[in-house]
Design a binder for this molecule. Structure first.
Ligand code: HEM
Length: 412
């Protein structure tokens, strides 16, 4: 058997705790052809070029074949939501959805939720007030974004637990993995079907009786560009739930882990609370939740760095490797919140640049501020922590910490 390529080693679970040394090796060949016929791009400049190249498609239907390490696209997948569409369809839906989420039509939407979000995260910290140990993932980082996105969409509180279970099942099945592709596909299809049924019921209810939430906005708005079809509403709501879920969990958790590993930065954060803004930006570069975004397809032969990617070939953009590329980023292996400029690839780039970035930033800033102002003397119990299976959406499955006590709200 041929020895595993560097990329194959990256997706081996044993390397989940620290893929960064391997990313250094991967960048030695910025564009590398894999045995399964896909092309992995790992240097900052080339990734940025491809993110902005109209010959690169996010639509799985343009792939000549699906590489063995990826789940096959299926009927119910995110394959038809706007993250997996190209212009002009992508742009039309993204604009129609953005109306209800951010500028120019809803400029104060996310910042206006700040007090509610602060209340939710404070409540989660209150919930561990009697403890001296906690799992940051299970008790804080996981419930927080699910509650927020559910409230934004208009999902009733009592349904959140079911919601979160389905989203977890879908997320676990994303990206390259050595696990059995048929089994992954089955788990994903079942969870997506359940989400779909639930969301179409909710959309019907809002059509009858609109409320002040995004799903009501999706089903009622009709403008010069038309309206979202019932199918597009369900696809989009599913996408927002899933895209905004595990990613933010991982950023918050990676933030706690990284700050506990860098006590000097943590001390500064206590003295200069506004440093949290730059800290979150640096986390998106240094420990990003998304290592490989949706697989791309070459719409034409594309020659880059001396390699020709043939039409139809799958392209893997190694965002996390690009964000540590020493050719473009000074001292990339250093965790340095003072870094300026900080042009990371944590939210991707080009037309698919993360739609939820303002929400994700605010959630993570609020969570880290609250966690580190309320926990006295927090310490890691296990380092490294256990990781989730996915190499694409990488993050700890649990992060056990201990602390002397939980301070009351607002005490520092
Ligand atoms: C820390 C948290 C997050 C990270 C690291 C993250 C990262 C990303 C990345 C890398 C992409 C580009 C994907 C690609 O090019 O294929 C993306 C796209 C997207 N994200 Fe996020 N995301 C986060 C949170 C959120 C949240 C909270 C939401 C929803 C409210 C969201 C919604 C989306 C959507 C809808 C897209 C597709 C945009 C498009 O295709 O035009 N994300 N995100």
């Amino acid at each position: 058997m041929a020895p595993a390529s560097v990329f194959e080693q990256v997706i081996e679970y044993a390397n989940r705790t620290d893929p960064y040394r391997l990313y250094g090796q991967l960048r030695e060949a910025p564009v590398s052809r894999q045995a399964d016929g896909s092309y992995v791009v790992s240097s900052y400049r080339e990734i940025v070029a491809l993110l902005h190249d109209p010959r690169v498609s996010s639509d799985g239907r343009n792939l000549a074949f699906v590489p063995a390490t990826q789940p096959a696209p299926d009927e119910n997948s995110l394959g038809h939501s706007f993250i997996r569409l190209d212009p002009p369809e992508h742009d039309r839906i993204r604009r129609l959805v953005m109306r209800h989420f951010g500028p120019p039509h809803s400029p104060g939407k996310i910042d206006g939720m700040r007090p509610e979000m602060a209340e939710i995260i404070s409540g989660l910290l209150d919930g561990i007030a009697d403890q001296k140990q906690a799992d940051i993932v299970g008790e804080i980082a996981h419930p927080f974004p699910v509650i927020v996105i559910s409230q934004l969409l208009g999902v009733p509180r009592e349904d959140e637990a079911r919601f979160s279970e389905w989203a977890d099942a879908v997320v676990e099945s994303f990206g390259p993995s050595a696990a059995d592709p048929a089994e992954r596909r089955r788990v994903r299809t079942d969870a997506l079907a359940a989400l779909r049924d639930y969301l179409s019921g909710l959309a019907d209810a809002r059509r009858e009786r609109p409320a002040d939430d995004m799903i009501s906005g999706f089903v009622t708005y009709n403008g010069p560009e038309g309206r979202l079809s019932p199918e597009e509403v369900v696809q989009t709501a599913t996408l927002l739930l899933i895209a905004g879920h595990e990613t933010t969990v991982n950023l918050i958790t990676n933030g706690v882990l990284t700050l506990l590993r860098h006590p000097g930065v943590l001390e500064r954060l206590r003295l200069e609370p506004e440093l949290v803004i730059r800290t979150v930006e640096e986390l998106l570069r240094y420990e990003p939740p998304v290592h490989f975004p949706a697989l791309r397809a070459a719409l034409d032969d594309i020659t880059i760095e001396g390699t020709t990617i043939p039409r139809g070939a799958p392209i893997v953009l190694a965002l996390a490797a690009g964000s540590r590329d020493p050719a473009c980023i000074r001292d990339p292996e250093e965790f340095d919140p003072d870094r300026d400029p900080n042009e990371h690839l944590g939210f991707g780039g080009g037309i698919h640049y993360c739609f939820g970035a303002p929400l994700a930033r605010l959630e993570t800033q609020l969570a880290l501020s609250e966690i580190f102002s309320r926990l006295e003397n927090p310490r890691l119990i296990a380092d490294p922590p256990p990781y989730r299976a996915s190499a694409s959406l990488r993050g700890p499955r649990h992060l056990q910490i201990e602390f002397d006590r939980v301070l009351p709200r607002g005490s520092r």
